[in-house]
Design a protein around this ligand. Structure first.
Ligand code: FE2
Ligand code: FE2
Length: 142
């Protein structure tokens, strides 16, 4: 069983953003599998690198969407993304400076943060989209 299984309650009703969230989940689940197979230390570095890169891409896309729909809590949302990015970057530095035994801590942090952020903060804008009947898909007229 995956540590962070996808379910519909995470959906923000945008196929583009849902796909990006699924990809973040996949990175976490792959790391978990590697840890279970005793390969955590080796997989942790590349996973952290991918997560840093991919989270940045995802946050930029999501914030662009929130700007497009004039989401009122955008600044607050941005701060949450920035805080995650900072924590991830510091884990990455710790890993690359030789502290390779962080796999389980990293997994716990990733699982907690993603689960919480998607169910709380991302769901808030999903509701806003529904309430204001806007289309989350890029290129659509609002
Ligand atoms: Fe978000
Ligand atoms: Fe998100």
């Amino acid at each position: 069983m995956a540590i962070l299984p996808w379910s519909n309650e995470y959906s923000v009703h945008s196929s583009e953003i849902d796909d990006q969230h699924r990809k973040l989940f996949r990175l976490v689940n792959n790391l978990d599998e590697a840890v279970q197979r005793g390969k955590g230390p080796r997989v942790l570095g590349p996973t952290l690198d991918s997560l840093v890169e991919y989270a940045q891409e995802h946050f930029a896309d999501e914030e662009a969407l929130l700007e497009r729909i004039h989401y009122p809590a955008l600044e607050e949302h941005r701060l949450e993304h920035a805080s995650f990015s900072r924590q991830l970057a510091s884990l990455q530095v710790r890993y690359h400076t030789g502290n390779a035994s962080l796999s389980t801590q990293v997994l716990e942090f990733l699982k907690q943060w993603l689960d919480n952020h998607l169910l709380q903060s991302d769901q808030k804008y999903a509701l806003y989209i529904q309430d204001t009947q806007q289309s989350p898909e890029q290129g659509d007229e609002i």
